[in-house]
Design a protein around this ligand. Structure first.
Ligand code: ASP
Length: 312
């Protein structure tokens, strides 16, 4: 697949489920809002953030408002964002009570000298910046106060986890979730990538996946391309998929060939399961998945945005 500048791709997770009409509309809206930034000459990173915000606020995906709960009943979210001109990146992990973890990741990138801020401190940082305040920027408060939180003892949580692990539920369940992400290419030829997630179906409190880890869940480099991953984070991390994919692009592989090779490696080396969106600075792109379905779409501003849940 090949497109001219600028270009935006979004995804709503790789798994088993069919895309619903509401989710399809939401992915289309994410493409429209994100592309509006690119059309007016804005930066790829702004398009990525705008698109991911739409998906986080929808409650229809496993990110932001719709995030999964960990086994103690708490939503802890991960997100990251990266731009390919100067390799700047920001990320948050295990953040709570924030509607837009992608915005918190952006703040880490823009306003600190760090790349990754985690846990309670990430939550405090985001709240300090007003990200959780319902009255500012139209954001709603989410987190424990909104729902019944079970907060079982650590012993009970551990027992539950072990039972699920032994029954094999863990691995299978992780295939069905709907993390979100975006990659963009702007008029200047800069690429950017972002991801936001509530994790997998069954997870210990404090579990962190690939999405906030630069080089695993996302990567963006103007010398190669931009990648956003979805799938079982424990496997994606061990291969370092996003960086490996960009390395393959840099040595001349096409997006489709590089994606195929790295996904094959993921399956054969660690029995992983994943999907990805990738684009290059010259406007080529690919959407690939090892799962039965992957909710995703793309738009170059002409015709209508394309959104579907199967890309092979
Ligand atoms: N990669 C995410 C994680 O492992 C989950 C997903 O993409 O479905 O946290």
């Amino acid at each position: 697949m090949s497109r001219r500048l600028p270009l935006l791709l979004v995804h709503g997770g790789a798994g088993l489920r069919e895309l619903t009409a509401l989710q399809a509309d939401c992915l289309t809206q994410a493409l429209v809002d994100g592309y509006a930034k690119l059309r007016s000459g804005g930066a790829a990173i702004d398009a990525v953030e705008a698109a991911v915000r739409v998906l986080e606020a929808s409650g229809l995906f496993n990110a932001g408002l719709g995030s999964n709960r960990q086994l103690d009943g708490v939503q802890r979210m991960d997100a990251s964002i990266m731009e390919g001109r100067d390799l700047r990146a920001g990320a948050v992990a295990s953040i709570e009570g924030v509607l837009h973890p992608i915005a918190a990741a952006r703040h880490v990138m823009d306003e600190t000298a760090h790349v990754l801020v985690v846990g309670e401190e990430a939550t405090k940082f985001a709240k300090h910046l007003g990200l959780a305040a319902p009255s500012r920027r139209g954001q709603r408060q989410i987190g424990p106060s909104q729902h019944r939180v079970l907060r079982p003892s650590a012993k009970k949580t551990w027992q539950l986890y072990r039972e699920m692990q032994q029954s094999g539920h863990l691995r299978w369940a992780a295939l069905g979730k709907e993390t979100v992400g975006a990659v963009a290419l702007d008029r200047s030829g800069t690429v950017a990538a972002g991801a936001s997630t509530g994790g997998v179906d069954i997870m210990l409190p404090g579990r962190v996946g690939d999405s906030p880890l630069i080089g695993c869940g996302v990567y963006a480099d103007n010398h190669s391309g931009a990648v956003s991953m979805t799938g079982l984070g424990e496997c994606i991390i061990r291969i370092g998929v996003a960086k490996e994919l960009c390395d393959r692009l840099e040595t001349g592989a096409s997006p489709a060939a590089a994606a195929r090779a790295v996904l094959q490696k993921l399956v054969s080396r660690v029995r992983g399961s994943a999907g990805l969106i990738v684009l290059t600075p010259d406007g080529r792109f690919a959407i690939r998945h090892t799962t039965p379905r992957m909710a995703a779409g793309y738009w170059n501003g002409k015709g209508k945005p394309v959104v579907t849940d199967r890309f092979k």
